[in-house]
Design a protein around this ligand. Structure first.
Ligand SMILES: *Cc1c(COP(=O)(O)O)cnc(C)c1O
Length: 465
């Protein structure tokens, strides 16, 4: 067998990658011409690539490596669990210690009566579970027609048929026959991009009340649930106006529809509380979790379910749903260790009291840059809107994403991972980032913005739409 090691020259690795590896959300042919950047190691907030470059990971992988890379203590737990019990299922009236202990710990951390965990291998799978859970709930209640789920445009809930349908991304819906039936979308609370002359507060209410209008239009006896990310992540780190979630909550309460908070990014400390629902004042019936649950050290996700739904669905015979790897013992042991680290090292407090305030000060100062229209940060998820005109919040004349992509390329060249969504730049660094590492992040971001600005100027791209 060919041994593929870190010592193989970058060009050979890139060629093998291009020949055999299909990348997610990627134009493979284009990547094959360019060559993927090969990541070989991680330690703390830094990655190393196959050329020996040290890259500051401003995205914590994909919003997940919250305790930082290279933790030996987590690796040891995984090795021990593999030896003791590498796998067993939880389908046929059996259970095992890691699945039990992790569910109990999650129930302890989750607010209110969110006391039950249905495991999945990822956030997408967990949201597929949620679709079936809420429909099953109403079916057991004698209302099988109450099966429509309302979501938002530009939401991200994963990329399976169910998760991609719940999400509101045009690019995903355009490929493969999505959305599946009985999922509908209302507008997103994106004031900066869509609020025009309205105040943020007015706009937040306007977008929340689209939910009420949609329920009235469809009939409350057909609507099962509303799903939303407390703060949209993949949509561009969009922080809703303060008026938005209280109004959504009021409407869900008034009509008695179930509320699902997709906490895949916002869960486990990202916003400075254990859950984004606590930061935003939301009382969900179900939370979707993944990513930060294990800090990405093992693939695991799940649904945290309230007492009523768990009792209703669990009290009505078999729930015909599950994945081979539900509560996988190695992944569960890893996640449990991760939760222990978050608690013992007081990482959520570090986000709230140290990392957020320091990054906030430096991040906000980026608004003085000629290219930056708005810089926002909740906990450790932040975004900056690039604009050719700060006063009017104008979009660029070029195709959306052209400028963002150029800025991302400058960041990557300067050894900073910062993602772009359209012409917004986003960050979600490991929660353990220190003030001096934040200084490096800001220094590299500023250099990249300067270079991007100079390039736009010389290429005549600083024009408003
Ligand atoms: C990443 C993400 C998902 C999907 O999780 P996967 O583990 O990639 O399937 C779902 N919801 C939100 C909010 C996410 O950010």
């Amino acid at each position: 067998m060919t041994q593929i090691t870190n010592h193989m020259p970058t060009r050979e690795l890139q060629a093998l990658d291009a020949a055999h590896h299909m990348h997610p959300f990627t134009a493979d042919a284009e990547l094959a011409r360019k060559g993927a950047r090969i990541i070989t190691r991680g330690k703390g907030v830094y990655l190393t690539d196959s050329e020996g470059q040290q890259i500051l990971d401003g995205m914590a992988g994909l919003w997940c490596v919250n305790v930082g890379y290279g933790r030996k203590d987590i690796a040891e737990v995984a090795a021990r669990q593999m030896e003791e019990l590498c796998y067993y299922n939880t389908f046929f009236q059996t259970s095992h210690v890691p699945a039990i202990a992790l569910a109990a710990e999650i129930a302890k951390l989750a607010p209110g009566d969110l006391n039950h965990v249905f495991y999945a291998g990822s956030g997408s799978e967990a949201n597929d579970t949620n679709i079936r859970l809420v429909r099953r709930y109403w079916e057991v209640k004698g209302k099988p027609g109450k099966n429509i789920i309302i979501s938002r445009t530009n939401a991200y809930h994963g990329s399976t048929m169910g998760g991609g349908s719940l999400g509101g991304m045009a690019g995903i819906h355009a490929q493969g026959g999505l959305p599946i039936p009985n999922i509908v979308h209302i507008g997103q609370p994106y004031w900066y991009g869509e609020g025009k002359d309205m105040s943020a507060e007015e706009f937040g209410l306007l977008r929340a009340r689209e939910l009420e209008a949609k329920i009235e239009e469809l009939g409350v006896d057909r609507v099962a649930a509303f799903i939303g990310e407390p703060i949209q992540g993949a949509g561009g780190v969009i922080v809703p106006p303060a008026t938005y979630w209280p109004e959504i909550q009021r409407i869900c309460d008034k009509y008695g529809i179930l509320l699902i908070a997709d906490e895949v990014i916002t869960g486990f400390g990202r916003t400075g509380n254990w859950f984004g629902s606590q930061t935003l004042g939301i009382k969900p019936h179900i939370m979707t979790i993944a990513k930060g649950l294990s800090s990405g050290y093992a693939p695991i996700g799940g649904s945290i379910v309230c007492d009523d739904i768990a009792a209703t669905v669990g009290g009505a015979g078999d729930f015909n749903h599950g994945y081979t790897y539900c509560g996988h013992p190695v992944a569960a042991a890893v996640a449990l260790k991760n939760l222990q680290i978050l608690q013992e090292e007081k990482i959520v407090d570090h986000v709230r009291n140290v990392a957020h305030p320091y990054l906030m000060e430096r991040w906000k100062a980026l608004e003085d840059h000629p290219l930056v229209g708005e810089a926002s940060l909740v906990g450790l998820m932040g975004s900056i809107a690039l604009t050719p005109n700060k006063e009017t919040r104008a979009a660029f004349a070029s195709e959306a994403g052209t400028v963002g992509y150029r800025c991302r390329e400058r960041c990557f060249a300067n050894n900073l991972v910062m993602r772009h969504v359209g012409d917004r730049m986003i960050i979600s660094p490991p929660l353990v980032i220190t003030p001096s590492e934040i200084d490096v992040l800001i220094e590299r971001a500023t250099k990249s913005l300067d270079e991007c600005y100079a390039g736009l100027k010389s290429d005549g791209l600083l024009k408003a739409a």
